[in-house]
Design a protein around this ligand. Structure first.
Ligand SMILES: [Zn+2]
Length: 564
């Protein structure tokens, strides 16, 4: 999903959401009487009962039971026996996308086309002043529709204004006739490279669905959000993440406008969480970073690490690039969004200036291409590059070892597996699932794992991800025993991939990610022991408080206590 495509229009008159919660600043703090866990250098769980935080917001001492407590600290937090975990790190999300999704028409909770139509109609009626109706979150699989929805089905509820609705995975868009006409798309329009205009059955007329690169034909006509819209979305996104215990995030596909919003927040002290930024393409990378990655800004709260590139689409819209045709669409192997030499060119432009490269690859052909490119280029671009593959969903089992050979970071989203499982079986067939969502095999190959959510594609909730990671079951505990259970990781591996792993993937290790001496005191107070709780209990975890850099940035008692 690209933040740029999420060009939502909404009113800015909504009351600004307050993020500033009273908290100690620039003072020694003692967090005591807690049951704390952190992950040490060897990936082992370490337990503690107190944290002494210095006036820079860094951990001064990790205290065990029986250790002498410092006297005369400025602020004491009595944890009352509750549980402390390192701040969760989401290694792949779309920060402003999360904010915009929360502020615009969200169809992710609709269970049928009729339900979606009703919600769209209500939203349009409630927002007569909006020139466009823009939204996200629909999923025809979840509706049990067995096909894409059509423009006519949108026209039936809104015909006076253009409507543009992105699919839940951001890889397809649904337009009504007014939007298609404004975009000038007709039966004579050709599919753009890397994209597809779905056609009405038996004709060349556009059906209303635009896949991957074809999306921009309509999306480009949507009025762009103003800077104040982006700032409000950023504030909303931070609130959502912090109340879910997420203290740091990798923003995958930052535009220059997104970056300016991050900077404005940082300049006025309103950047409460940490953002590791990956520019949306090489042009944005050069615009934001100039000659190289930015320094760490605002006490390690913001850095441009590198660039995010797309090599293919997603399985849901059959845009993922496969070695063999889709099992449920003979002859279709999906599509790469660029060819081999284009990919290598872009990777070189980034790597030459020491930008980190993160490449979206879902299908086995896309993963094969990326792994091959890294193999080719790692001789030229030596040193600690930490090439990242985003999603790495379907990998040819014969190529899994390449992740380990080049220390490639597998940036994966456990909840995708639970949401996609039946769809993946339909798209690939039973015989081709061996390298699907292969967390354990990739870890066994020696590659570092970094887990995330891909929010707003999935909920930002890291506890759902954690439970999925070591069970391969969904929120309803299905399927029994886990899907392809050999690819589960251990609870400790899962927690590591959601904390230290995310920091390492963003060159932030030593700064944050673990609760050890000298690192930023980013932690979350929760109501249960994540190492002992059942998966069901973990999904129901309550975040009591969230702290970033020794400062309390979320307190459930002041906010009503609900994560979602
Ligand atoms: Zn994404």
């Amino acid at each position: 999903m690209t933040a740029d495509r999420l060009a939502y229009v909404f009113s800015c008159s909504a009351a600004a959401l307050a993020l500033g919660i009273a908290a100690p600043a620039a003072a020694d703090t003692l967090v005591d009487n807690v049951q704390g866990i952190t992950i040490d250098e060897d990936g082992k769980v370490d337990r503690f009962t107190g944290l002494w935080i210095d006036d820079d917001g860094k951990v001064k001492l990790v205290l065990k039971r029986g250790d002498q407590r410092p006297s005369g600290v400025d602020y004491l937090l009595d944890g009352k026996g509750q549980f402390v975990i390192p701040g969760m790190i989401d290694a792949h999300a779309h920060v402003l996308g999360v904010g915009f999704a929360a502020l615009t028409l969200d169809l992710s909770d609709t269970a049928s086309l009729a339900e979606a139509q009703a919600k769209i109609a209500t939203y349009a009626a409630e927002n007569p002043g909006r020139r466009w109706i823009v939204g996200t979150g629909w999923n025809q699989e979840k509706w049990g529709l067995g096909r894409f929805p059509t423009a006519a089905e949108l026209d039936a509820v809104v015909s006076d204004r253009p409507v543009w609705l992105e699919r839940v995975d951001g890889h397809a868009g649904w337009a009504n006739s007014a939007a298609i006409n404004l975009a000038g798309v007709t039966a004579a329009s050709k599919d753009p490279a890397g994209g597809r205009i779905e056609r009405a059955s038996g004709s060349r007329a556009p059906s209303g669905i635009f896949v991957d690169e074809a999306m921009s034909m309509v999306a480009a006509k949507v009025p762009r959000p103003r800077p104040e819209d982006r700032d409000l979305a950023l504030q909303e996104a931070q609130e959502i993440m912090l109340r879910n215990g997420v203290t740091a995030v990798a923003d995958m596909g930052t535009s220059i406008e997104d970056w300016q919003s991050f900077r404005r927040a940082g300049d006025k002290g309103a950047l409460k969480m940490r953002i590791m930024s990956y520019a949306g393409g090489v042009d944005a990378m050069e615009l934001i970073g100039g000659p190289g990655p930015s320094p760490w800004l605002y006490n390690d709260r913001l850095r441009l690490n590198g660039v995010k590139l797309y090599l293919d689409g997603a399985l849901g819209s059959r845009g993922a690039w496969l070695k063999q045709p889709y099992a449920d669409d003979a002859g279709n192997v999906g599509l790469p969004s660029m060819n081999s030499s284009q990919l290598r060119n872009l990777m070189s432009r980034a790597a030459l200036d020491k930008f980190q490269v993160a490449i979206h690859a879902i299908g086995d052909a896309a993963n094969s291409e990326v792994l091959g490119a890294i193999e080719d280029m790692s001789g030229t671009y030596e040193g600690d590059r930490r090439w990242r593959v985003e999603h790495a969903q379907i990998v040819d089992p014969a190529e899994l070892a390449l992740f380990g050979k080049h220390g490639i970071i597998a940036s994966m989203q456990p909840v995708h597996q639970t949401s996609d499982r039946t769809m993946a079986e339909a798209r690939l067939g039973q015989g081709r699932l061996a390298g699907a969502y292969a967390w354990n095999s990739i870890a066994d190959a020696g590659a570092p794992l970094a887990f995330g959510s891909d929010a707003p594609v999935e909920s930002i909730d890291p506890f759902a991800g954690l439970a999925a990671a070591f069970t391969r079951t969904d929120a309803a505990s299905q399927p029994f025993g886990g899907w392809q259970p050999q690819e589960r990781v251990t609870r400790e591996q899962a927690l590591t991939a959601f904390t230290y792993g995310g920091a390492f993937a963003g060159f932030a290790e030593g700064r944050f990610g673990r609760l050890v001496e000298g690192e930023r005191a980013d932690f979350v107070l929760v109501d249960r022991d994540l190492l002992l709780a059942s998966p069901e209990e973990i999904r129901a975890t309550q975040v009591l408080q969230t702290w970033v850099g020794g400062e309390r940035v979320y307190d459930s008692e002041e906010k009503g206590g609900s994560r979602r």
